[in-house]
Design a protein around this ligand. Structure first.
Ligand code: FAD
Ligand code: NAG
Ligand code: NAG
Ligand code: NAG
Ligand code: NAG
Ligand code: NAG
Ligand code: NAG
Ligand code: NAG
Ligand code: NAG
Ligand code: NAG
Ligand code: NAG
Ligand code: NAG
Ligand code: NAG
Length: 495
């Protein structure tokens, strides 16, 4: 056989690439070791203790591919890794708490910069600030803050990374009284694509600070960040009410939710979730959070009381305990998988400005049918109504986060072991559901909080065309080689 020159060239080029990758594969110690501090550690997927030593991912489905992991111990280690990787054309990706589950991560093949040695929490109650390392989770903040009489807007999951969440915005039940988590960000220290260590705040590198507040995964690795704190509300207590309804009440519950579209007290949050139980069918679980005394809340939730819950559990607890008090009798809370790592999850979401009970009823019924038809599929959707008056107090132009006008977050999540037939059916199901809810959402365009996004939406949805003008300029300035372009990437140019 005669081999033509073009294929010889291709063969040589691909061998070269393979050889280069093998070099990286074979010995990260040789490549990165000289220059790392003594505290840094290197791991390989073949290590017997890889899954204990290296931060595990929540979602295996859209997991990045790693040929190794480095746990830097100092900021200089991260600078060294960034520079060495750039010189050797090796992709790198920072891991905080491993809860990122967007499908854009699937394209990643390189080394994991596991930030698990960056977990310091330094509270300064005197000036009401807290400084947290790059992989601190929310639950690490609870006791120190509570003890100091302080709080911050947290995410609804204790185990996600404070920075992973806040660099996108941080939405959750604290939003009604405090606004977004990112609104409390005061400054960050980060390692840039060039391996420089810089600070960003309103007074230093303020352009970068604008961009990292909403599109933060795109511009560097944050080693630590300082947040401004808020004083405890309601003496540090909240009222948490769990209500359970039979599936037959679904339309009534969605109608009840609609009555809060225009007016809702800042202290009130309504978390509504569907729960499918193979024995009993689909039910609705509602968690009400009230940042005030128990006897005040009843007047505000009459539509849910008259709907006749089969279970009602009211508790006044320290806010630090909200994450663990959910009680829906024999039913597990819809979000009970939030800290269960290493499963195959599929997530879709969107933000809405108004509630359409018909669309939600169709979704509820169709999900019931889909669950019955697919015994290995487990799925739920949630609608969380977060009052957004406090969120709107910060002017839109102040930072990259684009969606202050979202009133409710609709999240759809399923879990199943990938089987191509079911996988296609499940994704088609959720995409249709998302399109249906979007059509009556009050937004002209699909509007998705970047950290809840599936990954299939694209930059105009994660960031909006209006923000992309600033963001692409920042990308060209701070990350022109697109090294931080695996998690909901901002493009270099947007038409
Ligand atoms: C079950 C569940 C519940 C959630 N609940 C909420 C919620 O209530 N509110 C909310 O706002 N979000 C929520 N999220 C979304 C969450 O904010 C994102 O998944 C976030 O990216 C998780 O951060 P992580 O550090 O845990 O994940 P990782 O996978 O470690 O990080 C995700 C990406 O963020 C970037 N990143 C992480 N840390 C850093 C850093 N220090 N510097 C620079 N880049 C970094 C990296 O690009 C990384 O790929 C939830 C997610 C899940 C899975
Ligand atoms: C990797 O490199 C280090 C230092 O250069 C060396 O000590 C080690 O033996 C090498 N490991 C392998 C598997 O080649
Ligand atoms: C760098 O690596 C990528 C694959 O990871 C490859 O596509 C690209 O051509 C490489 N660039 C150089 C300059 O070697
Ligand atoms: C806070 O103020 C107290 C009393 O003035 C002082 O003793 C303490 O050192 C201060 N703490 C910090 C972290 O500045
Ligand atoms: C949060 O992080 C701490 C410190 O790493 C860990 O001990 C704790 O289990 C984590 N909490 C959750 C809920 O994941
Ligand atoms: C907080 O709630 C507990 C009951 O769970 C109660 O004993 C305590 O007095 C409350 N604290 C305040 C400040 O309201
Ligand atoms: C949801 O509510 C509608 C309207 O009342 C009802 O027809 C339907 O049966 C309910 N769905 C389920 C799964 O119970
Ligand atoms: C709450 O449940 C109790 C029984 O546990 C019942 O007596 C009461 O009427 C219920 N209240 C509402 C508002 O449903
Ligand atoms: C379904 O409901 C029954 C009884 O209500 C309960 O015993 C069972 O644990 C539930 N199953 C799931 C998966 O929640
Ligand atoms: C895939 O899942 C579907 C639906 O649950 C099932 O009918 C089918 O038999 C499965 N196929 C394989 C190859 O496991
Ligand atoms: C773009 O950034 C500037 C500050 O550099 C800000 O004034 C402007 O409002 C931003 N644009 C948008 C749409 O947020
Ligand atoms: C819901 O189910 C109906 C009946 O099967 C179907 O016509 C409709 O397209 C479905 N809608 C969505 C959004 O799944
Ligand atoms: C909606 O999307 C279109 C097409 O991407 C875009 O031109 C328009 O500016 C978007 N509208 C808003 C409000 O972002």
């Amino acid at each position: 056989m005669v081999v033509s020159p073009p294929s010889l060239y291709l063969l040589a080029a691909s061998l070269g690439l393979v050889a280069a990758r093998r070099l990286g594969l074979a010995n990260l110690t040789a490549l990165y070791g000289p220059g790392l501090s003594p505290g840094a550690e290197i791991f390989y997927p073949s290590d017997p203790h890889w899954s204990e030593d290296v931060t595990q991912r929540w979602d295996l489905y859209h997991a990045p591919k790693y040929f190794g992991a480095i746990q830097p111990a100092t900021e200089q280690d991260i600078q060294h890794i960034a520079k060495t990787s750039a010189r050797n054309n090796i992709s790198f990706l920072a891991t905080g708490r491993g809860h990122g589950s967007t499908s854009t991560l699937t394209a990643f093949d390189g080394i994991n910069i596991d930030l698990s040695k960056f977990r310091n929490v330094d509270l300064n109650a005197n000036n009401s600030k807290i400084t947290v390392g790059g992989s601190v989770n929310f639950s690490q903040l609870f006791d120190p803050l509570y003890d100091a009489g302080k709080m911050l807007p947290f995410g609804n999951s204790r185990c996600v990374g404070v920075l992973g969440a806040s660099l996108g915005g941080t939405v959750g039940v604290w939003q009604g009284i405090l606004g977004l988590g990112v609104d409390y960000l005061d400054s960050v220290r980060l390692v840039t694509a060039q391996g420089e260590l810089v600070e960003a705040s309103n007074t230093q590198n303020s352009d970068l600070f604008w961009g990292i507040r909403g599109a933060g995964a795109n511009f560097g690795i944050v080693t630590s960040a300082t947040f401004n704190l808020h004083d405890n509300v309601n003496g540090g207590n909240l009222t948490s009410i769990d209500l359970l309804y039979p599936g037959s009440a679904n339309a009534t519950i969605f109608e009840a939710l609609k009555t809060y579209d225009d007016e809702i007290p800042n202290q009130l949050t309504l978390n509504i979730g569907s729960v499918y139980n193979r024995t009993n069918g689909q039910v609705l679980a509602v968690n009400v959070v009230w940042f005030g005394p128990e006897d005040e809340v009843m007047q505000y939730i009459q539509p849910f009381i008259t709907a006749g819950p089969t279970i009602n559990n009211t508790r006044t607890v320290r806010w630090t305990d909200w994450w663990t008090v959910a009680d829906f009798g024999t039913y597990t809370s819809p979000s009970a998988t939030d800290c269960v790592n290493g499963e195959y999850y599929t997530s879709y979401a969107l933000g809405i400005k108004q509630t359409d009970p018909n669309a939600l009823t169709t979704l509820f019924n169709n999900l019931t049918e889909f669950s019955k038809a697919n015994p290995s599929f487990s799925g739920f959707f949630g609608i969380d109504r977060y009052p957004n008056a406090m969120t709107l107090r910060v002017p839109d132009g102040e930072m990259a986060y684009p969606y202050r006008d979202i009133k409710s977050q609709v999240t759809m999540q399923s879990q199943y072991h990938p089987n191509s037939t079911l996988d296609k059916a499940a994704n088609d199901f959720w995409r249709n559901a998302r399109a249906m809810v979007q059509a009556t959402s009050g937004f002209d365009n699909l509007s998705v909080y970047v950290n809840f996004a599936n990954g299939d939406e694209g930059p105009a949805v994660w960031y909006t065309p209006a923000k992309l003008h600033n963001l692409t300029r920042l990308k060209r300035r701070w990350d022109p080689m697109e090294r931080f372009s695996f998690y909901q990437p901002v493009p270099l140019y947007y038409p």
